[in-house]
Design a protein around this ligand. Structure first.
Ligand code: ZN
Length: 65
């Protein structure tokens, strides 16, 4: 588990999740107060996460239907 308070992402390295670890590498500061927006286009609604599907994966959805 990530050591940043309120962050429930799985541990990646040095006590941080992948996203916070990237921040530490980039700036030396995980900036715990700043929410993580890993992928542009993700938004949450009523507990569901909406993630944009890259074009190269669209066919997978078509098959499942
Ligand atoms: Zn984290």
């Amino acid at each position: 588990m990530c050591s940043v308070e309120g962050c429930e992402r799985p541990h990646k390295a040095r006590g941080f999740c992948a996203a916070h670890y990237k921040r530490v590498l980039a700036s030396g500061d995980p900036r715990p107060d700043e929410p993580i927006r890993a992928v542009k286009g993700i938004h949450e609604h009523k507990g569901y996460r909406f993630v944009p599907v890259p074009d190269r994966y669209r066919h997978l959805r078509t098959i499942r239907r």
